[in-house]
Ligand binder design. Sequence first.
Ligand code: 5GP
Ligand code: SF4
Ligand code: MG
Length: 460
Amino acid sequence: CGVFGLYAPEEEVAKLAYFGLYALQHRGQESAGIATFDKDTIYCHKDMGLVSQVFKETSLNELPGYLAVGHTRYSTTGSSHKVNAQPAVINTRLGHLALAHNGNLVNTIDLRQELERHGCDFITTTDSEMIAVAIAQQVDEGKDWLDAAIGAFKKCSGAYSLVIGTPQGMMGVRDPNGVRPLVIGTLNENPMRYVLASETCGLDIIGAEYLRDVEPGEMVWITEEGLSSVHWAEKPARKLCIFEMIYFARPDSIMHDETLYTYRVRLGHQLARESYVEADLVMGVPDSGVPAAIGYSQVSGIAYGEGLIKNRYVGRTFIQPTQHMRESGIKMKLNPLKDVLQGKRIIIVDDSIVRGTTSRKIVKALRDAGAKEVHMKISSPPVTHPCFYGIDTDSQEQLIAATKSTEEIAKQIGVDTLNYLSWEGMLKATGEDPQSFCSACFTGDYPIAIPEKIKRSKLI
Ligand code: 5GP
Ligand code: SF4
Ligand code: MG
């Protein structure tokens, strides 16, 4: 999911939040929403669909205020229904709160039982509403916003980057492991006007300046008096999701002081060093495989070119296609360039293989267009384990590399050769301590313990 927050009296906050969400659209295409606060009144508009489908000029004009919280959703818990759209809004003793969540809690079964014992009701099936309810419960017991929120976070286990609006101010929070990203920006060089966004591309679009990341286990509290910070977690650690780096976040977003484009090009360098093969042309699967393909070409000396053209207007299935339509989906999206591919030995680079279904269709399309040899290079290791922290990689049995060797996968997707980047190579290219990332979907080494009941739902 994508989260966004803005504290800026005098600005049209809803419109700025709309642009911010537009830049974060890649993080979730299922639903979108914005809540604004104007004194003690809350306004909220949310619905299924893309940001551009959910909001019109008129709906934005009906969202006045000085503070906005926005969300783009990609469902990992709770079904794909309008009630599950965010921000989650609930009423408390101190007024409404609006909460936008990116990530996934893992202790939802216990947390829900505990909250129900306290007499809390739930409208939806999402873990995000559970966080909002947990905060409201503590507010209603008499705590102020900050103590209530910290009390609630201490009960939550899992991944959560949050933007929370209240009548008094706005919070930005990362879980103690900092699995999902969250950045702080300032608007108009004004030290009292703050922006929160999942990625720096959400700041760029409204001309905000990147200030810093919210730290793991930190809460920032933004009010008319400016920004204050609380490090509330007992044992904070750095476990940023490596998948954000290799695939999920936008290539123009900055993490660890450089754009992810630059990191992904370096993954391609490492991939070429680890697995060279002779060929005529290196190409990437648009768009996510392109930076690593450029890197592969730079180090291997094999020419880079385009062999597949992507139709950028085919969205991720707002109107759900039938299975038959889904099967022809790849042709809707990617069209091969016959004269470029004809008779050539092709190296095709992609960021990851999850189920292998996309890859198989792409390889077939390249062969149908006349490619003589197809060698696939993947700029990450085999995905062998499901994610419990907010990236929807399905259950383990659907992951092709969980049950098949690289040779078997090569055969199934129809390539001449297949190579993955090593785990060491992927982490070395970050230039950071390998321990400062979550890479559990490649290793099964989950940094936040997964309760047995939840484990059983996704692991073989
Ligand atoms: P597959 O061959 O596993 O069907 O598809 C791999 C492709 O799907 C890659 O190009 C990757 O960029 C893309 N992709 C789409 N959604 C996801 C996702 O949720 N996780 C990952 N890892 N890759 C995804
Ligand atoms: Fe990211 Fe994989 Fe860890 Fe999930 S398991 S948080 S996708 S690195
Ligand atoms: Mg891709």
